[in-house]
Design a protein around this ligand. Sequence first.
Ligand SMILES: [Zn+2]
Length: 476
Amino acid sequence: MLQIYNSLTKKKEVFKSVEEGKVSIYTCGPTVYSSSHVGNFSAFLMADLLVRYLKYKGFEVKWIMNITDVGHLTDDNELSDSGEDKMEAASKKENKTVWEIARHYEDLFMKDLKTLKILPAFKYPRATEHIEEMIDMIKLLDEKGVIYETSDGVYFDISKFKDYGKLSGNSLEALQAGARVEVNEDKKSPFDFALWKKLTGKNEDHIMKWDSPWGTGFPGWHLECSAMSKKYLGETLDFHTGGEDNKFPHHESEIAQSETANGKKFVNYWMHKSHIVLNDEKMSKSLGNFFTVQDVMNKGFSADSIRFTFITAHYRSKLNFNEDQLNESQKTIDKFNDFIQTVLKVNTSDCEDETASIIKSAKQQFEKGMDDDLNMSVALASLFGFMKSIRKNIESGNVSKESKTAVLDFMKELNSIFEVFDFDEKKEKEFSKDEQDVINKLIEKRNKFRAEKNWAEADKIREELIRMGVNIADKK
Ligand SMILES: [Zn+2]
């Protein structure tokens, strides 16, 4: 049974879906005011891994990822509501309309999702196309008596939601004791968050605007996700995922809105992706270590190595993303693909072999790891053991036709999760006399290391040979 660490209860829980056999997942998508950096995709790849594993387990998955194209303020992470809309700020900076900015960065984002082979979501709803649903939700909140209007907007009175803080620990008392925020005279509490912003003060010239019962304006960022998740997935979601930095105030506020408006539990399992650091530093524009997916690929790394690095590092551990990591990932991918080539080329014989039981136990171990909060290191270890056992059978010439098919089918099943394996049989390569000399020397050197049981050095040479297009099999 799948167990997932629930950020809300802070413990691993057995997963049970609201509707049998079906799973609903909502992921907070990007705010499309600039390029996403490669680290942002680690959160989307965590969701991709979850979606793929649930599908592997036979669930029918409905996945929604929103596009925030209005209302995300520059200081929204501090809960002060006095910043500028990120979209509007980018529009001024780049001298383009907000709409041009929104569509341009949305296109880039979609391209990167595809490059990293992230499964398509059921829908990518844009905030600007769901204003009606957001206004409806404010009306519902109004009926419950938890909102109030000021000269510059409509606010959620967090003192009316006693569970505020249950996700992040930032209850009203904790906030009052700690955080410093800019005082807005009109607000009952500086910690109340905006549901609707009116076109006054800093927002007087806001281009994206809509009519509402509270005057012309635009929605608050948190409201967008509550309204869109409800529209597409209903009142109680199985999973809600996002980056760790979305936890507060964004997700905390989503809970307050949705649970008050709908009178139901909002999310059964919250999953948050830990921060990614780049060469031990936080990725940020100001530090000058801001890389897009394309930037990393331009340095000669494959998209698959980025994908593999993010899905195989456990999502709750802090990943230090650097060139060594990417090189390691590429080596592991090559190892898998080298194994697949060996299996594709194997000469089968009429024999009884143990392949079926080797696959069965590898599959069990793999699922045991994945079922334990997507523990990839356990899952991967089972596959390395599996490849070793199958190679042994191949080397001793004991592989039947059925076994060969079964191994390839298992690898294909796994690839529905990893998506980095290559099943095209590669043609034999012709080498010149000089190249053959180099290859033979490397093989001799490798044999020497093997005789000395220096496996690390021997493996290095094997990798070098693979890069040259030479596949070595050690037979009796
Ligand atoms: Zn969100």
